[in-house]
Design a protein around this ligand. Sequence first.
Ligand code: SAM
Length: 233
Amino acid sequence: MSVPLPGEGPRAGQVRAMFDRVAPSYDLLNRVMSLRIDQAWRSRLLRELAPKQGEAMLDLCAGTMDVAAMARRRVPGLTIVGADFSFGMLSRGVRKTGLPAAQADALALPFQSRSFDLATVTFGMRNLDSWEAGLRELARALRPGARLGILEFFRPETAGTRVVHVAINKVMVPVMGRILSPDPAAYRYLVASMERFASRPEFEEGARRNGFRDVRGETLFPGMCGLVTAVRA
Ligand SMILES: C[S@@+](CC[C@H](N)C(=O)[O-])C[C@H]1O[C@@H](n2cnc3c(N)ncnc32)[C@H](O)[C@@H]1O
């Protein structure tokens, strides 16, 4: 079943159903397809945000809560809450981490304003009906001065990064998705949604427009993964 892409109108129901379908094989596929580089990216994100004992962290679009799990191992005294609208993904994350979590839409979070000292969103923003509305909702849930860290497959822009993107995402990912995934269409969506999403510079501008300052971006893997950090204004 094909899921509408970014910019193709409301699609939250179909995105949620897709993640419920891939949830049982999500962690394994992530590790195999990325050769565990995905964990190195999450580790880098947490190094940048430097969570501290006593702080409250939101892991939004938490999925199976890999970021939350890593943060808990590093900072045992950190309060961590996961949020995601897919019960299939989140229930696995709760079982894995033992951490609290809320089944919730990123565009209408069930948290009071200024509840968190930091937030992470890894590979989630691309899936929202409106990533700018997602940033505004994050800004609402974060206290002024709080840190935000995003990992995302931004749209590749330069000719060089497009070559890497095509080699990895158009050739390797679909083949591995066909072999390993119960839902190969989900892996076609991953690649197509990346091409329709914002480039990293566009996303950084969006963050400045929607409540954040000190926005910084970096390419972690050309043609694939970028990191953006920002401070709630
Ligand atoms: C690619 S997974 C990433 C999961 C995890 N953060 C990771 O690093 O592996 C994207 C997650 O975003 C969630 N998601 C997508 N749109 C959402 C929305 N509108 N509200 C809440 N969660 C959403 C999906 O259910 C899915 O679990």
